[in-house]
Design a protein. Structure first.
Length: 333
């Protein structure tokens, strides 16, 4: 019999028990006699009954479903975090609903509202920027929320990140040994992660006795095309090195520089921001901050399970360790 035509009522009728008893068996309630439980299981097998996850949730107040909001699945950065989320969700037997927002506020508000209406147990939120409307929408719900790869300045929502300030400080210090005009390339400086990176960049310059030059700061999106467009600007400003937050932008910049005959790393050094797989596919390969993207996703999902089960949490603003992976886009010491 097809799933759509088989109901809990049918199982109860064939087993000769109440629907409440069938519900208790399906939800693993131990308060059922073994003989009765077996009758229900036999009826389930005979009718090929598959309890709907949402219907089960109406009885248990859980849909066993979590929502994941991300701006795009096509970027390696977000895809790798999503993979970590999905693996841990599967381990804890949660279904995952992926909601792609395209980084647009109105669409983001709609997909989050849609997840709320589906009564998801929790949400992992990824993005490049959170607008005030989206922040209010997320903070207005009792549904547990974890930010993956995003900082909540107010610390009201749980989050999992690396220490962006320290990473930027380390990469700037690395480049400043051979270069004096180092560009800082990031997304919007309204984002807390990029603000932290900027602070680390400025601190390293100050420590090395190099004056901060605002004209060497470039804000933009995370597209490959943005990286291509930056090359001309950087060469005209006699920039000889760049810290680039997004790997896709770094790849675009590297390609454009090589096309113009610039030697990398001899005449221009680049360090990218998250060590997604594309950093190793290039020639020369990109030296990069190794954000443990899979782990950020996995830890975010594990933290969400704790929030959903109301377990005690010692710290809800988690920082994971990072490394600097050296490749051919920087001079080897």
């Amino acid at each position: 019999m097809e799933e759509s035509t088989t109901t809990i009522y049918d199982v109860a009728r064939v087993a000769g028990v109440s629907m409440a008893t069938v519900s208790r068996v399906v939800n693993g309630n131990a308060n059922v006699k073994e003989k009765t439980r077996q009758k229900v299981l036999d009826a389930i097998e005979e009718l090929d009954y598959r309890p709907n996850a949402v219907a089960r949730g109406l009885a248990s107040k859980r849909t066993t479903t979590v929502g994941v909001v991300l701006p795009t699945i096509t970027l390696p950065y977000f895809a790798e975090i999503a993979r970590g989320i999905d693996d841990i969700a599967s381990m804890y037997q949660y279904n995952v609903i992926l909601a792609n927002s395209d980084g647009e506020e109105e669409k983001e508000l709609k997909v989050i509202e849609s997840l709320f209406s589906k009564q998801v147990d929790g949400i992992v939120y990824m993005g490049s920027f959170m607008t005030e409307k989206v922040r209010k929408q997320l903070q207005s719900t009792r549904t547990p929320i974890v930010l993956a790869g995003m900082i909540d300045v107010d610390k009201r929502m749980s989050s999992v990140n690396i220490d962006y300030r320290l990473a930027a400080h380390q990469t700037t210090s690395e480049l400043i040994q051979n270069n004096k005009r180092i560009a800082f390339v990031s997304g919007s400086l309204e984002e807390a992660e990029n603000t932290e990176r900027m602070v680390g960049y400025q601190e390293a310059l100050e420590e090395a006795g190099v004056k901060f030059d605002e004209s060497l700061v470039f804000e933009g999106n995370y597209s490959f095309e943005n990286g291509l467009a930056l090359a001309e600007q950087m060469l005209s400003k006699k920039i000889d090195a760049a810290i680039v937050s997004y790997d896709t932008v770094a790849v675009g910049l590297l390609n454009a520089l090589l096309a113009k005959g610039v030697k990398v790393p001899e005449d221009f050094e680049i360090i990218s921001g998250s060590n997604s797989p594309i950093t190793a596919y290039m020639y020369p390969g990109l030296t990069s901050v190794n954000q443990p993207l899979y782990d950020i996703g996995a830890v975010s999902m594990r933290l969400l399970t704790k929030l959903m089960h109301k377990e005690e949490i010692e710290e809800n603003q988690l920082l994971l360790a990072h490394q600097i992976i050296k490749r051919g886009s920087t001079k080897q010491k």
